[in-house]
Design a protein around this ligand. Structure first.
Ligand code: COA
Length: 262
């Protein structure tokens, strides 16, 4: 790996975006590497979560601006390429589909695509000093990693528009108040707080965790009745799992369950 560091910890994998010279801006290579690790984590039954973190100064400052240069000859191909083959776009599109919990661990800047990346993760654990913003309008661009869709869903349209139009950044505490982030740790403490969360999730039944995520993701934008049908189908599927038996018998026997994800 050139742009990321991958470490296996306990029952999860940690991806560190590691481009300090570029304040962790992501390029095609970075996105391809992140997707590769996610694919491996999906296939690894013993892996119960994925943590994505950055460096002390920056979680990620967005897509590497040097990759926005377009050859005028290729403009007609731009749309097709964005959807089909650009790795950064593929990464953004892949994240909501990941079946395992993905946690963003944010110290420092989470700007542009970096903020969008964090919002496409399931949970965000930030540290004091973190800053969240979508400054693309300052560059004649606009959010392209679902920011126009994810941010208003989290904080409502007026503030989302203000942030995109003015480049206003939110502090960690503001983001906590607006329910963008789950927890704010002291500066330098986001990783440990994120690991603590991952440890709790990893101790529970993986299929339950997966189906909860799926029901929430699939159900959020449909009617309540339809959402309840989605939930009922997942609930029914879980009834056939070994882990349901293990969970119920460990409760009866007052012991710690040993979940296998089967
Ligand atoms: N793409 C490419 N390079 C980036 C980058 C990005 N998104 N963000 C930072 N960098 C690079 C800078 O160009 C600089 O490289 P250089 O030393 O070769 O000039 C290096 O990272 C350090 O950044 P610098 O701007 O000098 O640091 P700073 O502490 O003064 O400012 C930021 C930090 C985050 C406020 C500032 O870098 C910034 O605004 N970055 C762009 C954020 C953005 O607009 N993201 C959306 C992109 S679509």
């Amino acid at each position: 790996m050139q742009d990321i560091i991958v470490e296996r910890q306990e029952q999860w994998v940690e991806i560190t975006i590691n481009r300090p010279d570029k304040l962790n801006a992501i390029r095609e290579q970075t996105a391809a590497e992140i997707m590769q690790v996610i694919e491996e984590a999906e296939a690894d039954r013993s892996c119960r979560a994925i943590l994505i973190k950055g460096l002390e100064k920056a979680f990620c400052t967005g897509v590497d601006t040097s990759e926005f240069k377009q050859d005028p000859e290729e403009m007609f191909e731009l749309w097709r390429r964005r959807k089909r083959s650009r790795k950064v776009n593929q990464m953004f599109r892949t994240l909501p589909e990941v079946t395992k919990p993905v946690l963003a661990i944010v110290e420092g800047y989470a700007l542009g695509g970096g903020f969008e990346l964090a919002m496409l993760c399931d949970l965000i654990v930030a540290a004091e000093g973190a800053q969240f913003g979508l400054p693309e309008s300052k560059l004649g661009l606009m959010p392209g990693g679902a920011g126009t869709q994810t941010l208003p869903r989290l904080i409502g349209k007026p503030l989302a528009k203000e942030m995109m139009w003015t480049g206003r950044r939110l502090s960690a505490q503001e983001a906590l108040g607006l329910r963008i982030v789950n927890h704010v740790a002291e500066k330098g403490g986001a990783l440990e707080a994120g690991r603590e969360l991952a440890r709790k999730i990893a101790g529970n039944a993986p299929l339950s965790v997966m189906y909860c995520k799926q029901a929430i993701e699939r159900g959020t934008n449909v009617s309540l009745q339809e959402g309840m049908n989605i939930e009922a189908d997942s609930f029914f599927s879980l009834a056939f799992s070994n882990d349901k038996e293990e969970g119920l018998s460990s409760f009866r026997e007052k012991r710690t369950p040993n979940f296998t994800g089967r």
